[in-house]
Design a protein around this ligand. Structure first.
Ligand SMILES: *Cc1c(COP(=O)(O)O)cnc(C)c1O
Length: 511
């Protein structure tokens, strides 16, 4: 492709007076616009690109071709669950009946409310908890909501000294961030060499100031936290609640349930586990579930089956509301006020997609998703450990972490010349694969976190394994080839720091 021509900004393609439309003659030409008052008129023309239709079409089509997505290639981005999102979900979410205004009276939105309630109930069943809210807009938003539930619970009991929350050092960055936004102090608990929470290190942290503990399972290294029953017992004994970060519930689906493990509050990412396209910041949905006894702390508004059906003789059927939106006064913080975290009922389009996904798999097949995601991850891990350093040698769940290339391929990690994880990630782009997550989690210097998901065929996994091995051989034979990668992408290696420090969000005309 001619990048010099096609890589231009739309503003650079602009020519004064060039248009992509033709309108009938303006009947109001000559009308004194100043009669509208100078206040309402802009003083300068807006800076808008002026292009013909074909230029605009080519510009945006070429840009979209530069995108990489699950629909274009393998995307093993650890912690993100970039599974294939069935197109059926999109079709169902676009049904005109669901395209209703959020202020639509409940009696005209019965189908949508029924779907909403069924997703709430299905998630409660999957999680082994009592009740869910679908209001939060994302995983991090769910964390904040869940922590507010925990805080409300303590406040309602007059237990106001619980201002600290325990977070493992391996946690996703959103955990401490959400806790801080919620006004809680973060207490970090260390991991053992095997990557799981150190129970002995946890014990001295527990006390009357602990509101609870946040855990991710499988944790950020893709490992099952085997000590959960003991950890839950200890945290409950000190009066705290257990929070489950279920953003990546994928490997657990239909296999085990956070509620059964002793968790009190959790969130789920519908845009990971339940197959909504994601990336680039949204839209998402982070439903929050609670165990029995905490339901009154969930945010409003809520959806439920109408307690008593109006069955008046000869009533209009539309009157027979089966579902309603209600806003109970909670006992939150003992004040009788209610918590709101979103406008209306959250991101409904995402909830429809989750419902479509749940129904198309069905109760019988949902456990297969989790098991296949685990099998795929372990297959890649075992196939590549001869070339990449596996710091924690155990069966993983849906993802795992390498600590860069093995020394025989990449050189000594301490040497400035060694071939880094960044070099491997950049070289992968030349082979048409999205890079795995790199330099996260922070527990290893050269972290390379791979999550294939269950939707990939063995052929794709084998092709990826093959390329990863080839890259390791290249690192040994010609390190410069990797250090200068990528060679085949629209832009080469970016200056990440400059991009962060001097972002350019607007176009400034040169003239
Ligand atoms: C993705 C993720 C989150 C945050 O979810 P967002 O929807 O991006 O806010 C939290 N925890 C874990 C473990 C995650 O993988």
């Amino acid at each position: 492709m001619n990048r010099e021509y096609y890589g231009k900004l739309i503003f650079e393609l602009s020519k004064p007076g060039r248009v992509g439309y033709s309108l009938p003659k303006n009947e109001f030409e000559g009308y004194d616009l100043l009669q509208l008052g100078t206040m309402t008129l802009r003083q300068t023309k807006p800076l808008l690109p002026e292009c013909d239709e074909l230029t605009v079409v080519r510009h945006y089509t070429n840009m979209s071709n530069n995108n990489f997505g699950v629909d274009t290639g393998f995307y093993p981005l650890g912690s993100c669950t970039m599974k294939y999102n069935p197109k059926l979900n999109e079709e169902l979410a676009a049904l005109p009946g669901f395209n209703i205004h959020p202020m639509t009276p409940a009696k005209y939105a019965q189908g949508s409310l029924k779907l909403y309630d069924e997703v709430q109930k299905t998630l409660a069943e999957i999680a082994g908890l009592s009740r869910f809210t679908l209001n939060p807009y994302a995983g991090a938003h769910g964390e904040l909501t869940g922590l507010m539930v925990i805080r409300s619970y303590h406040m309602s009991r007059g237990d106001v000294a619980r201002t600290k929350i325990i977070v493992p050092d391996s946690a996703h960055g959103t955990n401490p961030a959400s806790a801080a936004v919620c006004g809680l102090q973060i207490v970090e608990v260390k991991s053992l060499a095997d990557g799981t929470v150190d129970v002995e290190a946890l014990k001295p942290l527990l006390g009357p100031d602990i509101a609870g503990m946040m855990m991710t399972n499988p944790n950020t290294l893709g490992l099952f936290e085997r000590q959960i029953p003991e950890i839950a017992r200890l945290v409950h004994e000190c009066g705290g609640l257990m929070y489950y970060d279920g953003a990546n519930l994928n490997p657990m689906l239909g296999v085990c349930r956070p509620g059964d493990m002793g968790f009190d509050v959790m969130h789920i990412n519908l845009h990971k586990t339940f197959s909504t396209p994601h990336g680039g910041g949204g839209p998402g949905s982070g439903p929050v579930g609670v165990r029995k006894g905490l339901e009154q702390f969930l945010p409003n508004p809520q959806v439920r089956p109408t307690p008593t059906l109006p069955c008046r003789e000869g009533a209009d059927t539309i009157d027979a509301q089966e579902y309603e939106v209600y806003t109970p006064l909670s006992t939150r913080e003992g004040q009788g006020e209610s918590l709101y975290v979103s406008f209306f009922l959250g991101n409904f389009g995402i909830i429809i997609r989750a419902y479509a996904y749940l129904l198309s798999l069905g109760k019988e097949n949902i456990p297969m998703a989790g098991k296949l995601s685990v099998l795929n991850a372990n297959y890649i891990k075992e196939s590549l450990r001869s070339h990449y350093l596996l710091p924690i040698d155990t069966v993983c769940k849906h993802e795992f972490v390498f600590d860069g290339l093995r020394e025989e391929y990449g050189g000594d990690h301490h040497s400035p010349e060694h071939v880094t994880t960044l070099d491997v990630a950049k070289r992968l782009l030349d082979y048409g694969f999205h890079a795995p997550t790199i330099y996260f989690p922070l527990l290893f210097h050269e972290a390379l976190m791979i999550e294939p998901t269950e939707t990939e065929s063995k052929d794709t996994l084998d092709a990826f394994i093959d390329v990863m091995k080839r890259i390791a051989e290249e690192a040994k034979a010609d390190p410069q080839l990797l250090k200068s990668a990528p060679h085949d992408t629209p832009v080469r290696r970016m200056d990440d720091v400059k991009a962060v420090k001097e972002p350019k969000f607007t176009y400034k005309s040169v003239s």
